[in-house]
Write a protein that binds this ligand. Structure first.
Ligand code: GSH
Length: 278
């Protein structure tokens, strides 16, 4: 992997890397915040998955997370949301399909199946890469994300028991098989057989017994996509209650879907993950 930018922040370094991804078969860019504690030792890592339209840039410039990561001595690993490049299929007129909308699945359908393997990328290729090259404690990971990335964080944790010490999410797409965003991407990436979609749906995974110690979610009540029925936290809450999965779902009065909402609560999420990785 190649370091393309390094900026000192909060006593640590906000770095950007590019590498040739075997999973996505293209060059991928990701950001990493290394806290000051990484100068003389190895640190735990919190993976952050962003939402529709995002690159690795949105979280690093808008969430204000680096200050808290420095305080707690944890690294932030911030991947892109899809494969990229002129040879990678896209639908430029759509923000919710193609580049910027990888949905953290392994696509099986043409033309997406060559490059759109974000699930393998995030759960296997990227952790192996960063743990080999950066001062991270191998295997000590947590995961969080926003919207499409909140969905990504939930399914990565639910499908890989023990891989992450903790999982949280901001305004996650909780039941993608039942919302417009999810149905649009899953039909394109995974095909028409809806039973295959359920393997990438947090609510469905909990219904069929996926084991997870605890889930922590913040959701704004004035979130335009909550009101539009894209997020469906009530479906996840019902599944968790039925399966006796501990869920802390905080409905935050008046907050919208934006990074202003994330910036307000990211400190609490980072403190919670840091404790789980201590
Ligand atoms: N119409 C919106 C829909 C997409 C959207 O709200 N994306 C959220 C995640 S689902 C986001 O993080 N946008 C980028 C940002 O706020 O920096 C847009 O094009 O930005």
């Amino acid at each position: 992997m190649k370091l393309v930018e390094s900026i000192k922040e909060s006593g640590g370094f906000l770095n950007r890397y590019t590498h040739e991804s075997a999973s996505c078969r293209c060059s991928m860019t990701f950001s990493v915040f290394l806290p000051p504690q990484a100068t003389d030792g190895r640190v735990p890592a919190l993976y952050w998955l962003s939402g529709l339209t995002c690159t690795d840039d949105n979280f690093r410039v808008k969430a204000g997370a680096q200050r808290y990561a420095a305080e707690h001595g944890i690294a932030l690993i911030i991947p892109d949301t899809s494969p990229r490049g002129a040879n990678v299929p896209d639908v430029p007129e759509r923000y919710d399909l193609g580049q910027g909308a990888g949905f953290y699945v392994n696509a099986t359908q043409e033309p997406w199946s060559t490059h759109y393997h974000l699930y393998d990328y995030v759960t296997a290729e990227l952790p192996a890469l960063v743990e080999q090259h950066l001062p991270l404690i191998p295997g000590v990971r947590s995961i969080s994300g926003h919207s499409m990335g909140g969905h990504g964080a939930l399914i990565c944790a639910l499908k890989n028991p023990g891989m992450y010490r903790s999982v949280s999410a901001f305004a996650p797409i909780c039941h993608p098989t039942e919302c417009g965003w999810g149905q649009g991407c899953f039909s394109a990436y995974l095909g028409d057989d809806k039973s295959l979609w359920e393997a990438y749906d947090a609510t469905c995974l909990i219904r069929v017994g996926a084991s997870i110690p605890e889930i922590f979610i913040d959701q704004g009540t004035a979130d335009e996509f909550l009101l539009e029925g894209q997020l469906l936290p009530e479906s996840l809450a019902a599944a968790c209650q039925q399966a006796e999965v501990p869920l802390t779902l905080r409905m935050q009065a008046g907050y919208d879907h934006s990074y202003h909402f994330i910036a307000t609560f990211i400190g609490e999420h980072i403190a919670w993950h840091a404790q789980a990785m201590a």
